[in-house]
Ligand binder design. Structure first.
Ligand code: CA
Length: 243
C-alpha cells in the first residue's frame, strides 16, 4: 500500500488526476486555485471569462467544475444551465461573494451541488471537491439507466427507447450508443470510440466506427426525427440534442 502524503487528510479515490475546470475572472483567485488544486493532484484548466468557460464546459470533458457567479460574457448561472443540458452529472461548486445570496440559491436550484463563500480556504474547497467526486462516481456506478437527448437506455434489461418508442439494437450498437450518451455534447474522435467500444487496437485505416455509426443512425431515426448524431468533419462524431 502506498502511503498518502500528510496533506491528504481526506481520502479521494478520484482526486489524483481528476480534471477540474475553474471559471473565474479574478487573477488573484485563479492563481491561488491553480496552485492549490494542482498541488493536491488535480489536473486544472482555467477559463477567465464566461464565454470561454461555457465553451470548455460543454465541449470538453471534466470531472468537476468550480464556477464563479459574476463573470464577463456569461454569468455563472447561464453557464450552469448550458452545462446541465449536456453534462447532467458533473459536480459544480459555485464560488460567490457574500452579497450574492439570491444568486447562490438560484445556482443550487440550477443544479450546482455546493457553494463556497469568498474568501474561502482552498483546503476546504479540495475536501468538498473530493466529496463531490466520490458521490458522482457512486451515482454513476449505481445508475441503471442512462438518458441523453431523447434516448433512454436501461443498462440491466438493455432496453432502448427513443421518444418513448422501443428500439432494437445489437450488443455492439448498444455499447456505442451508451458510450456516446455518457459523453453527450462532446466531439468524440474515431480513435476514442474505437478504444472505448472495441477495446483493442485496430488497423487505423478501419472504417468500423463509421459503419456502426451508420447502423445506429438508421435505428435511431424516427419519422420526422433524424438520429441525434452529428458528424464533425475530419474529427469524429457527437451525440447532441435533436436539431
Ligand atoms: Ca467574478
Amino acid at each position: 500500500m502506498q502511503r498518502r502524503s500528510s496533506g491528504d487528510l481526506v481520502p479521494g479515490p478520484r482526486a489524483d488526476g481528476a480534471r477540474i475546470l475553474v471559471v473565474e475572472d479574478e487573477p488573484g483567485i485563479i492563481d491561488f486555485l491553480e496552485r492549490g488544486l494542482s498541488g493536491a493532484g488535480f489536473d486544472v484548466r482555467c477559463a477567465q471569462d464566461g464565454i470561454e468557460g461555457e465553451r470548455l464546459a460543454t465541449t470538453e470533458s471534466f470531472d468537476a467544475m468550480v464556477l464563479d457567479l459574476l463573470l464577463p460574457g456569461r454569468s455563472g448561472l447561464e453557464i450552469m444551465q448550458a452545462v446541465r443540458r449536456v453534462r447532467p452529472l458533473m459536480p459544480v461548486i459555485i464560488l460567490s461573494a457574500l452579497g450574492e445570496l439570491d444568486d447562490r440559491l438560484s445556482g443550487l436550484e440550477a443544479g450546482a451541488v455546493d457553494y463556497m463563500v469568498k474568501p474561502f480556504s482552498v483546503a476546504e474547497l479540495i475536501a468538498r471537491l473530493r466529496a463531490q467526486l466520490r458521490a458522482a462516481a457512486h451515482t454513476l456506478a449505481s445508475t441503471t439507466t442512462v438518458s441523453a437527448a431523447d434516448i433512454e437506455v436501461d443498462l440491466i434489461t438493455r432496453r432502448v427507447k427513443r421518444a418513448g418508442k422501443q428500439l432494437h439494437l445489437s450488443a455492439t450498437e448498444l455499447e456505442l450508443l451508451v458510450f456516446m450518451m455518457r459523453n453527450v455534447g462532446q466531439v468524440l474522435s474515431r480513435e476514442q470510440i474505437l478504444s472505448a467500444v472495441w477495446g483493442y487496437e485496430h488497423d487505423p485505416e478501419t472504417n468500423i466506427v463509421d459503419v456502426y455509426i451508420g447502423y445506429l443512425r438508421r435505428k435511431l431515426a424516427l419519422p420526422e426525427r433524424p438520429a441525434p448524431i452529428q458528424t464533425v468533419r475530419s474529427v469524429g462524431y457527437r451525440l447532441g440534442a435533436v436539431a
